[in-house]
Design a protein around this ligand. Structure first.
Ligand code: PHE
Length: 338
C-alpha cells in the first residue's frame, strides 16, 4: 500500500497545472470526493494491516497536503498575470504639475487668419487632395504639354509620365487644381478659397522649401470683372497688413488666367536703402476661357477671377522671421514663441 502512496506522490509532483481547466482536472483527479485518488486511498485504510494504519494514515495525509499546496500555488500563479495587467495607478499620488500647453503653428495661424478674412467676404472653404493627377494639376489648367513646370525638375512625381502619353500622378505643385475640382462639382455662382500644402522640387534655402502653403481663391459668376478682383485683394491686404497698405498689380502670365497679374505690397524696412521694398505676395487673373471649357462651364455666359497666394511669405513678414526653414524644423524653442 505504501508503494501506491509513493507512486501517487511522484505523479502529483510531475503534474503540470497551466490553466484553470487543468487545475480543476487536478482537483477532481486527486482530491475529488467521489473518485479522487487520494480520497480513494483514505477509503482503503481498512485494508491496511492494523499495525501499519497509523503510518499509512500519516503518509496519505501528507500526500493530501502536498496536492492541496500544489493546487493553491498553481491557482495563485494563474491569477498573478491578470493582476499585473491592471494599470498601476495610485490615485493618491500628488500631480506632476500642469502639462505644458502647446501652441498653434505660425503657418497654421496665418492660414487661419487669411481664411477668416475671406470668409467675411463671403467665400467658403474648399479642399482637394495633395496627391493629384496630371489632368487636374496641369492639363485642365491649360498648361501646354511641354510646359517647363511639368518637368521633373520642378514637380515631384508619384507616378512618372509614361511613353504612351499617360501623364502621371504628382504632388500638387499649387492649389489651383482645387479650382478645377470645385468647378467640376458646382454650378456658378462659385466663391471659394482653398488653403493647403503644395510641393515643389526646389533647392532648399532660407527662402524656399520643398513644401509650402497656398491659399487659392476662385470666384465665377455672370459679369465678374478684373475690377472685382482688384477690389477683393485690396480689401484683403488692408485686413491682413493694415489700412495703410500700399499694393501694386504687375502684368504677369499664368496658363490658366488671362489677363494675369502679380501683386506686390510695399514692406517698410528702415534698414533698407529705399526705406522698404516691394514684395510679391500672390498671382492672380481672370479665369482663362479654356479652363472654363475644360470643366463644362460656358465661357460665353460666365467669367471669373482666381488668385493664389503663398502663406509662408506673409508669415515671415508678420513675425519678422528671415529663414523659411524654421517653419518645418519643429524646434520647440521656436514654436513655443507663438
Ligand atoms: N497657381 C499659381 C502659382 O502657384 C498662382 C495663381 C493662382 C495665379 C490663381 C493665378 C491664379 O504660382
Amino acid at each position: 500500500m505504501l508503494e501506491n502512496v509513493e507512486a501517487l506522490r511522484r505523479e502529483i509532483e510531475a503534474e503540470e497545472i497551466g490553466s484553470e481547466a487543468a487545475a480543476e482536472e487536478f482537483r477532481v483527479k486527486y482530491l475529488g470526493r467521489k473518485q479522487g485518488q487520494i480520497t480513494d486511498l483514505f477509503k482503503q485504510i481498512s485494508n491496511v494491516a492494523l499495525e501499519d494504519r497509523k503510518a499509512f494514515g500519516q503518509e496519505v495525509n501528507a500526500l493530501k497536503t502536498l496536492a492541496e499546496e500544489r493546487l493553491e500555488a498553481a491557482e495563485a500563479a494563474l491569477r498573478a498575470p491578470a493582476q499585473q495587467e491592471r494599470p498601476a495607478i495610485d490615485l493618491t499620488l500628488p500631480g506632476r504639475g500642469a502639462a505644458t500647453a502647446g501652441s498653434v503653428h505660425p503657418i497654421t495661424q496665418t492660414l487661419e487668419e487669411i481664411t477668416r478674412i475671406f470668409e467675411r467676404f463671403g467665400f467658403s472653404v474648399a479642399e482637394g487632395p495633395e496627391i493629384e493627377d496630371d489632368w487636374h494639376n496641369f492639363t485642365a489648367l491649360n498648361f501646354p504639354p511641354d510646359h517647363p513646370a511639368r518637368d521633373m525638375q520642378d514637380t515631384f512625381f508619384i507616378e512618372p509620365p509614361k511613353e504612351d502619353g499617360l501623364r502621371g500622378i504628382v504632388l500638387r505643385t499649387h492649389t489651383s487644381p482645387v479650382q478645377i475640382r470645385v468647378m467640376q462639382q458646382t454650378e456658378p455662382p462659385i466663391r471659394v478659397i482653398a488653403p493647403g500644402r503644395v510641393y515643389r522640387n526646389e533647392a532648399i534655402s532660407y527662402k524656399s522649401f520643398c513644401l509650402f502653403h497656398q491659399v487659392e481663391g476662385l470666384y465665377v459668376d455672370e459679369g465678374v470683372t478684373f475690377a472685382d478682383l482688384k477690389q477683393v485683394l485690396h480689401l484683403f491686404a488692408q485686413a491682413f497688413f493694415g489700412e495703410e497698405v500700399r499694393m501694386r498689380f504687375r502684368p504677369s502670365f499664368f496658363p490658366f488666367t488671362e489677363p494675369s497679374a502679380e501683386v506686390d505690397i510695399w514692406w517698410h524696412n528702415p534698414d533698407h536703402p529705399d526705406g522698404g521694398q516691394w514684395l510679391e505676395i500672390l498671382g492672380c487673373g481672370m479665369v482663362d476661357p479654356h479652363v472654363l471649357e475644360a470643366v463644362d462651364i460656358d465661357p460665353e455666359r460666365y467669367t471669373g477671377y482666381a488668385f493664389g497666394m503663398g502663406v509662408e511669405r506673409p508669415a515671415l513678414l508678420r513675425y519678422g522671421i528671415d529663414d523659411i526653414r524654421v517653419f518645418y524644423e519643429n524646434d520647440v524653442r521656436f514654436l513655443e514663441q507663438f
